[in-house]
Write a protein that binds this ligand. Sequence first.
Ligand code: ADP
Length: 799
Amino acid sequence: QPTALSGLPAGVGEALEAEGVADLYPPQEAAVEAGVLDGESLVAAVPTASGKTLIAELAMLSAIERGGKALYIVPLRALASEKKTEFERWEDHGVTVGVSTGNYDSDGDWLASRDVIVATSEKVDSLIRNGAPWIDDLTCVVSDEVHLVDDASRGPTLEVTLAKLRKVNPGLQTVALSATVGNADAIAGWLDAELVESDWRPIDLRVGVHFGNAIDFDDGSQREVPVDRGEDQTARLVADALDTEEDGQGGSSLVFVNSRRNAESSARKLADVTGPRLTTDERDRLRELAEEVRGVSDTDTSEDLADAVEQGSAFHHAGLAAEHRSLIEDAFRDRLIKCVSATPTLAAGVNTPARRVIVRDWRRYDGEFGGMKPLDVLEIHQMCGRAGRPGLDPYGEAVLLANDADTKEELFDRYVWAAAEPVRSKLAAEPALRTHVLATVASGFASTRGGLLEFLDNTLYAAQTDDAGRLAAVTDSVLEYLAVNGFLERDREGGTESLSATGIGHTVSRLYLDPMSAAEMIDGLRDACATEDAAGATAGAYERSAPEDGIEEPGFGTYSRVDDDSDGGEEETVADDEDTAADDSPPDVTPLGLYHLVSRTPDMYELYLKSGDRETYTEICYERETEFLGDVPSEYEDVRFEDWLAALKTARLLEDWADEVDEDRIAERYGVGPGDIRGKVDTAEWLLRAAETLAADVEGVDGDAVLAVRRARKRVEYGVREQLLDLAGVRNVGRKRARRLYEAGVETRADLRETDKAVVLGALRGRERTAERILEHAGREDPSMDGIDADRSASAAAT
Ligand code: ADP
């Protein structure tokens, strides 16, 4: 051991041994032989749970021991904190760890002092655009799940980011971790890296298909699981795993289905299987867990999830709130929850192994395809790879379901025996290049057309394509678009074409906006101001730095969308808005108009139109036509009109939220989960903030419009009507408490400082700790609630 693992910080070898790493796994050994401890670049294409993370850790720790700095790129934000926690165990050995989540446009200076930084590829991209100084200091970069370069929406960012990092730091050690894919050698070629490829697993995995009375496994074995008449195949398999004790424990199951709705209904059904098999102790602990789940949010989803959890079953999908997800993941790892029904997002990354994986659905609805489409082999393999928990289960089993003999054969051919597809770059598409070409020029990676093409030559796309002309052609059309919209200047002189970003182009790049979103928002805002001028409204009455409105510019350089805890505005007195708005002309720019504007940009993921929605939203579209910024497309322009309506549906959701409609009502009305509402709200807040910055940079947008944007943003941020803006800005208050305080006569932040404490406590339903914290955040001298009687005040308020 000590000879193999030289060059690590003192004590690391011993710590690993203490963790149970007595010997390296074969792929890890191969990585060490390939030089991962000596700064060699490496692609490790090995199955899930075969110790890829340790390969990355060895690379990073040895780099740090040599005085370097490491970056670990994760594919999902949810994974960033999981990895950070994992790496923090090295802090005992003098290694510091930082995670960079939060908004795209903060520059993350503080990370300069960390040895290991964990971030998503989007975040890294943004940090590069904003000139984070420590980027130059990196000596080792790890790209987790690098096969996701194949993903059309996010792959190009990872690809370009790796190319940029390698360009800034020649000699950078690049360690790419990949699932077993068809062409790991191509990835290694692109990254000039050694390749370690293996299908070794620490624990046996059997993959099979259930049909009739048995599962047939790939190793030729068979397990009898009779399907009783009328009983569901999945339920049967979950019961079978639970009833098979190993080391005195039944086995847990992970069921993959193709939609959120199916995940929820499956969890409900499987609760009938898990419930009766619980011990009294488990039942008690699950009841407590269910209460925690209910406490996360006041929604049907929360309620449904809690009901299932009480019975030892759960669902997991992207519509859940983050707190829900981690409660479920932890309880499943602790073997308290016996069965999780999940959409495939769970298969990517999050570490939740089960003894048995059941792939119930292998097809999913695909709009572009126009029907049910089989999943990729890689995706199915990733799901199967979740089976078997090293140290806990003696083996893992992954089972696909067939209901006839032909399907059974098909599943064996299509998935069990098949190799995963090769990974293909998706970079040469206009939406991807639009963003990345602008950013590449704006952050100085290229200043001529030739230089740009040379930079793009370092991408996987260039390494894979035979058609060098295609990338150039798409690049040219994107350059044209960026120039026409005023983001880039092109200058032809002699044989070279020089490129430079305009002021607004720089802003767009730093704000991390798709240039098309920026163009749409600028047009919309100009349109609003043009109408306003025509109507004779006073333009320019508001000055950006005017102290009257008292709102401090947060400044984009430091604002952080997630880390901001909304109490940054201690001095804000947005209540003054009421006075400013008390002007008798009706507002020209309404929140709905602005919410629609940001909802129709490519940076907002619009809600789907369901059957019947077309009529509903067409009607709303005509009723509120005057509020839209920009021209409503004609009903005959089918696709554009449909898109407009989808944006309108999204905008209406945001408007409901800002009108204090209950989360539950919203979820029901739009057919979404609480996590989706959060997602839309966060995106709208970010885009409106960006719109405000853009407005200040372009000609033809006046101060009233800027103020309207700011108010619409604050309302969506807090989810409140105008009159609550001041109160809801106090930390720990939130939309519901703000409303209750207001009803009790506490209408402003200043009121919080002066009103009788008993009234405050009554409005907060007697929660003393909460009341104290709120009063403290509102700046009250003595926030203590000692001896305050809420009951008395509540009844006093009632009379
Ligand atoms: P991957 O990243 O490939 O999906 P992980 O790195 O999460 O897999 O490894 C799965 C588990 O195996 C982890 O719990 C890890 O601690 C453990 N592990 C990794 N390497 C070894 C080893 N050499 N010996 C024992 N356990 C190991």
